[in-house]
Design a protein around this ligand. Structure first.
Ligand code: PHE
Length: 344
């Protein structure tokens, strides 16, 4: 033709070998830019005889278009190759075994708390939650424990100021529930939660532990109903074979007061180390709500009676699962916690 084929071929060869966009830009300038051979050729058009001008111009343009289309298709090849290599690098090997995520398990504290909530809900109790930071009035005074009463020594407490403390028992929720009811029964609640006492931590003592309070108030509530309820609860947690024993006791907010024992799990009542040779294990405190407590919390003691009980959550869990140290509940040792996988 007219010498342009050679340029086209040279261009094509170079374009084929380009592997990135920069090189292509360079080649575009070289072959079709202002300084390119084709541009130089175009300048010569003026000197050509008239009849050759049109063909010459046409051929320059064809050559330019060919080179531009080579560049465009090479450009597409390069960007496809980039995408392909990205996809290849990010490929997921679905035959590899997955990374295992460690599954948690319910804390024994929660297992017992939930079990109690489920059991008492099935008996028609509702659940009341109080505050862990409590007024002295609710923790003590409204429970028939005035200031300087010796019973306060039974529960050495963490005071925040003169009138505020970390509650030392879930009985503190009782007054809130009664005052909210404004003297109108019946009441049937449990109050599970954390309590705090100034104890030195050891195998059986912790400055923080859980309790579940129960409070029933009505017009025909008696000690027999309390004993029946506690027996049902104990057998629900520990199994139908457990014997239950009631002993007289003292709490300022109940009269009469009782303490409840369960027949020893280890020896079944014959006497062993766990039950200190007695055959019985103390499990909770309870009693009939003291008339002063009813009155101070807005209930007429001539019309209403009530019973209350308070049971330690760790204590139940320790006995049920044979846990020998209360501190294990708070150490967050995963191998301890994993032993409870599969418990409901
Ligand atoms: N609040 C008592 C305690 O923590 C337990 C209890 C609750 C006793 C309700 C009687 C009635 O020791």
């Amino acid at each position: 033709m007219n010498g342009f084929d050679e340029i086209i071929e040279r261009g094509l060869n170079e374009i084929k070998q380009a592997t990135d966009q920069n090189k292509l830009n360079e080649l575009k300038a070289k072959y079709v830019g202002k300084q390119s051979e084709l541009a130089q050729a175009m300048k010569k058009i003026a000197q050509l005889p008239k009849e050759k001008k049109a063909d010459f111009g046409k051929n320059v343009n064809i050559a330019k278009q060919k080179i531009l289309s080579f560049i465009a298709s090479r450009q597409e090849e390069i960007s496809n190759a980039i995408i392909d290599s990205k996809i290849a690098n990010e490929k997921i090997d679905i035959t590899l075994p997955g990374r295992k995520t460690e599954k948690g398990s319910k804390h024994p504290w929660e297992i017992i708390k939930d079990d109690l909530m489920e059991f008492f809900s099935s008996l028609g109790y509702t659940i009341a939650e109080g505050n862990e930071v409590e007024l002295d009035r609710f923790n003590f005074e409204l429970l028939n424990i005035p200031k300087d009463h010796p019973a306060r020594a039974m529960q050495d407490s963490f005071y925040i100021d003169d009138v505020t403390l970390l509650r030392s028992h879930t009985s503190a929720v009782q007054s809130h529930v009664m005052l909210n009811a404004k003297g109108q029964g019946p009441i049937k609640v449990i109050c599970p939660g954390k309590v705090y006492r100034r104890d030195d931590d050891d195998m059986t003592h912790s400055h923080q532990f859980g309790q579940c309070e129960g409070l029933v108030i009505g017009e025909k509530v008696n000690l027999g109903a309390l004993m029946e309820t506690l027996t049902l609860m104990i057998r629900h947690i520990f199994g139908a074979k457990r014997e239950v024993r009631f002993r007289p006791s003292f709490f300022p907010f109940t009269e009469p007061s009782i303490e409840v024992d369960v027949s020893c799990f280890e020896c079944g009542g014959k006497g062993c180390d766990l039950c200190k040779g007695t055959g019985w294990i103390e499990i909770l405190g309870a009693g009939m709500v003291h008339p002063n407590v009813l009155r101070d919390n807005g209930f007429d003691p001539d019309k209403y009676q009530g019973f209350a009980f308070g049971v330690g959550i760790e204590r139940l869990a320790m006995l049920k699962y044979g846990i020998d140290d209360i501190r294990k509940f708070y150490n967050n040792d995963v191998s301890f916690l994993h032993q409870f996988k599969g418990e409901k």
